[in-house]
Design a protein around this ligand. Sequence first.
Ligand code: KIV
Length: 288
Amino acid sequence: MTPLGNASGVASIPQLAALHERGEPIVMLTAYDYPSARIAEAGGVDVLLVGDSAAMTVLGYASTREISIDELLMLTRAVRRAVRKVPVIGDLSYGTYESSDELAVATARRFVTEAGCAAVKLEGAGEMLPRIRAIVAAGIPVIGHVGLLPQSVLTPDGYRARGRDVEQALSIITDAQALEAAGCAALVVEAVPADVTAVITERARIPVIGIGAGSATGGQVLVFNDLLGFTEGHVPRFVKRYASAHTDLVAAVRAWATDVRARRFPAGEQAYGIPVDVLAGLREALKK
Ligand code: KIV
């Protein structure tokens, strides 16, 4: 899982590049710990992203800005320990890459050396382009991210689709092209109208991986907790739930609690036994 440079000097993730060359959709899922990564890999995903969405889905913060790099690295290491083959992408957390190329490279390196990541993702274009070039020049593949950028959302109503007017759509398309030119190995496009994503995909040679961005992409990514129904309350329009983990697991805990209170748990089969003669000896010993 070492990052490799390809002939064009763009650091790529070979597994994803191969799928893209064959025209096969890339299946990316977030994972945040050992069990979620084991489930995702057993489910056959192609790549795991330890997204900074962990801030909200796992750590209960109000925004992705609040997770620290050490928290994110700890979760990323747990994911990396869980996987056998699937590459793991680290997400550069807010405040750990924006201010200088040196900081961006140092942070990206931590995800590779301390957490075994095959690539890193960061949000935005514009002033982030030199950061991306610097990380790629250091031999670390970078995944770009355009459209809705959660690290820039300051209020709950900020999680709306982007690129719904001509000016904003053009700006997202231009950013996507600039990210490819800066050396990104792939691109995440989040919460953008399907027709705008289609233009990005048509013009891109690198894989375009959508989340809430329609089907004209080279792959899809979803948040583990959304896909499997761990989250309560509002579900984004673009999520299709394939399980109801929260409901099912609450029911399971409730059933266990009911059994404990009714003294139905543990039953004989959940208890350890000792041989009859040992028990007899113990009883004799207790009489003394
Ligand atoms: O942090 C995250 O989970 C992400 C995905 C939504 C792409 O950036």
